[in-house]
Design a protein around this ligand. Structure first.
Ligand SMILES: *Cc1c(COP(=O)(O)O)cnc(C)c1O
Length: 337
């Protein structure tokens, strides 16, 4: 861990997050189902929790070390990253400004007002809305310059907090998983994650590689970019993250596995398979996946198991990345016919 510890980090979560076996779900998927475990990165004490807090530990740490007074970031209207940035900034005593774009074509009141939107306001963030297609990062940078002219100092990070520095949060998570495997005398054949801004997959890949482990154990399901673009972005970001840890190592293209099978019509657009996955995990395990990320990635895991992939009985690890507020924003999608 020494490669990370010299960097400023603001502690936002209690680690390690638990890893739990989902035996009732396994039973419901039938005899060919391998052991399925969930890493509970939805169980974090700040702001409703979720994967962005691991990145924000490094990002807020750097913002404080630079003497910033404001944290600015970007995302979609129902961004979990925006909500957790607002919570983490509140905790750190920083002002928070969110540049949110209308990149999901939903007009219903719940999407516009509930879920993360409600929480952004509760955490005291200033929200600036822009139409779909806006270069939100450019808006954020212009705002930071405007603040600088008045003597203030802003820290800017783009959507998902997926700068190489932010991705160190998931490199650290890779070390955490390896330690948990060793303690439980287990080795996960596959580590399944959703892929949005690519930082979770990239950070895990960099962390596994730095530890001499195999990044090809990770399989992500893109929920945002088309599959080839997602794979290229993940490889690029994983390489940049690894360079912060161990510049002597590199990653090869075939070490980054991304599937496009669950993207459906695009980012934030519900699919039948996502709705089925969210319901199945809720009814068998009492656990909550979100509709934009975890629900789609879990649908990918279920589809692979039903197709008979991974019938060797080797354990699988699904990373539960949080996003519960998103469920409340997608209430119409879950109305039973
Ligand atoms: C952002 C997010 C992801 C995707 O993580 P990336 O690092 O952006 O790929 C997955 N799940 C949830 C709930 C998220 O909010």
């Amino acid at each position: 861990m020494s490669a990370y510890l010299h960097r400023p980090r603001s502690t936002l979560i209690d680690r390690p997050t638990p890893i739990q076996r989902l035996t009732r779900l396994e039973e419901s998927l039938g005899r060919a189902c391998p052991p399925i475990y969930a890493k509970r990165d939805d169980l974090m004490g700040l702001g409703g929790g979720g994967n962005k807090l691991r990145k924000l530990e490094f990002l807020i740490g750097e913002a404080l070390a630079q003497g910033c007074d404001t944290f600015i970031t970007t995302g979609a209207r129902q961004s979990n990253h925006a909500r957790l940035s607002a919570a983490a900034a509140a905790r750190a005593g920083l002002a928070c400004e969110l540049i949110l774009t209308e990149s999901v074509a939903r007009e219903d009141e719940t999407y516009r007002r509930n879920g993360n939107v409600l929480l952004d306001a509760l955490f005291g963030a200033t929200v600036v809305r822009r139409p779909a297609g806006t270069d939100a990062l450019a808006v954020a940078q212009a705002r930071a310059e405007q603040l600088a002219a008045t003597g203030r100092r802003a820290y800017v990070v783009g959507s998902g907090g997926s700068s190489p520095l932010g991705c160190l949060g998931y490199a650290l998570c890779a070390e955490e998983i390896i330690a948990q495997e060793q303690a439980a005398d287990l080795r996960f054949a596959r580590i399944i994650v959703p892929n949005g801004s690519a930082g979770t997959h990239a950070g895990l890949a960099a962390g596994l590689k730095a530890a001499g482990d195999a990044p090809a154990r990770i399989l992500s399901f893109t929920v945002l970019a088309p599959v080839e673009a997602a794979r290229a972005a993940t490889l690029d970001l994983a390489g940049k993250t690894l360079a912060l840890i161990d510049p002597a190592r590199g990653l090869a293209g075939d070490e980054i596995l991304v599937s496009g099978d669950q993207l459906g019509e695009g980012y934030g657009v519900p699919t039948e398979a996502m709705i089925e996955a969210v319901r199945l995990v809720a009814r068998t395990e009492g656990l909550l996946l979100d509709p934009v990320y975890g629900g789609k990635a879990f649908a990918g895991l279920i589809a692979a198991i039903r197709q008979g992939a991974w019938h060797g009985g080797e354990p699988m690890l699904f990373i539960m990345t949080g996003g519960l507020p998103g469920l409340f924003a997608y209430e119409p999608a879950f109305r039973s016919a």
